[in-house]
Design a binder for this molecule. Sequence first.
Ligand SMILES: Nc1ncnc2c1ncn2[C@@H]1O[C@H](COP(=O)(O)OP(=O)(O)O)[C@@H](O)[C@H]1O
Ligand SMILES: O=C(O)C1=C[C@@H](OP(=O)(O)O)[C@@H](O)[C@H](O)C1
Ligand SMILES: [Mg+2]
Length: 181
Amino acid sequence: MALQLKKTVVMVGMMGAGKTAIGRAVADVLGVPFMDSDEEIVRAAQMEISEIFERDGEGFFRDREHEVISRLLEEGPCILSTGGGAFLAERNRDVVSEKGVSVWLRADLELLWSRVRHKDTRPLLRTPDPKATLTELLTARQPHYQNADLVVDSREDYSIPDMAERVVGCLKTRPDVIENK
Ligand SMILES: Nc1ncnc2c1ncn2[C@@H]1O[C@H](COP(=O)(O)OP(=O)(O)O)[C@@H](O)[C@H]1O
Ligand SMILES: O=C(O)C1=C[C@@H](OP(=O)(O)O)[C@@H](O)[C@H](O)C1
Ligand SMILES: [Mg+2]
């Protein structure tokens, strides 16, 4: 039986939670478009995220992020992965809850750290002690992610396809989001 996506699914959570990788896999399973707010910003600016932060500042990036998320939520249903800071802003939470459904990919510190430690692409982790920074961000951000509509837990031994199946299973509990055709 075919599944029909009725609303855009917005993936939220910390850097390294797998929003981009799992969001793309969920879109493949459902046969719907995949969008990533970071990728859209990079494409429009023709600059990497770290360059945007350096040249124009985080505030500029957050404004572009809000524009992209708002615009994509106006288009047909898709899987939309956001950057880890997006769901902290009330303006983004508001537009997501009005037009889409949010899924928090929850992961603990050690799992997040194992995923981000080898990559230098995230400007917020370019600090003398990036693990301590990640810890502080996780503590500060968790209360915001708790506002998401749905939660899917990550574990080290869940692969990307496993996680995609879990997300789809969770979406199927919501007839306003996904329906059997
Ligand atoms: N369930 C998973 N199992 C193994 N590796 C994963 C899993 N989810 C994500 N990854 C890997 O972790 C890294 C960070 O994932 P990514 O999707 O970029 O996270 P986010 O977009 O939330 O920052 C990537 O290298 C990705 O391939
Ligand atoms: O957590 C954040 O504030 C950020 C997360 C990044 O996206 P990912 O969560 O996809 O890594 C990217 O938007 C930017 O570096 C800021
Ligand atoms: Mg990402």
